[in-house]
Design a protein around this ligand. Sequence first.
Ligand code: SF4
Length: 341
Amino acid sequence: MQKEKLFGKTLNELIAVTKRVGLPGFAAKQIADWLYKKEISSIEEMTNLSKKTREVLSVGYELGLYPPERTSESSDGTKKYLYNVLKNKYIETAYIPDNDRATICVSSQAGCKMGCIFCMTGKQGFQGNLTSNEILNQFRSLPEFSNLTNMVFMGMGEPLDNITEVLKSLEILTSEWGYGWSPTRITVSTVGLITGIKEFLEKSRCHLAVSLHSPFDEERRKLMPIQRTNTVTEVLDIIRNFDFNNQRRVSFEYILFKGMNDTPHHIKELARILNGIRCRINIIRFHPIPGSPYFSPDEEATIKFRDALNNKGILTTIRASRGVDIQAACGLLSTLEQNRL
Ligand code: SF4
């Protein structure tokens, strides 16, 4: 019999577990403590539960933590971890140390349905949604777990296409009975799924990042098929009408493609569509994937583009490229692994 995994369950789900196995309700809080506040590796180590209770729990449940299968390390300290999920599917997790910050970039799906043409994961197609156990295992089983200061959902997959499990993992990360992280340490990125954004804004307090890449409908459709059904105009309307408090941030990711979305025309239109939204733009350098017809502009052009947006009053930064020498193109490692099977 396949045992259910306790790690990745919310407090309410743990209460249901205690009921199922005939334990008092308060045992759920004790189990949550062991799962999310102490670094145990088996149910046997939950020593404030009686031996009998641990035995009863172990019949149908296991802890559910597992290590990555492979690691690659960049000369800049960035590491990539390969995890086996959903019975021999592969996902990647990145660890990005940067002075006093250490960020984990987690995957939320194996593969992806969104088909963005500049993305290796998009080319892989969709293999499945990760459970909150599989999302949070990337965090907890990371060898650098205790150094982590920030988390971004910018790995493989579209987080808001797996919103139930993503929200569950956010609840565990930010609840007082869970990891107790401030929601401002976590950013969830999306291509702009309308219903997902609404639900995410209502049910969590974490930062939102929207992948923009072009302010023009036609051009964005070519880069990101999602624009056909979920337009940026609709996304911006939701954001404009949502009451972001001072703590919560919205940012727009903008991969710069040479000769395509880096013109003065784009700067003007970005300033127009983002008018009235308190936000920032993160410019991302493009790292070509195999067979890609796109290139990154040179450093000077990238800086010029950033400065022009700043001059228009939009806070704009260039994201430092990290881990380029270990196949920074997200999805490449897992695609290679999948092809070996
Ligand atoms: S960029 Fe993100 S949403 Fe687009 S295909 Fe890649 S993983 Fe999916």
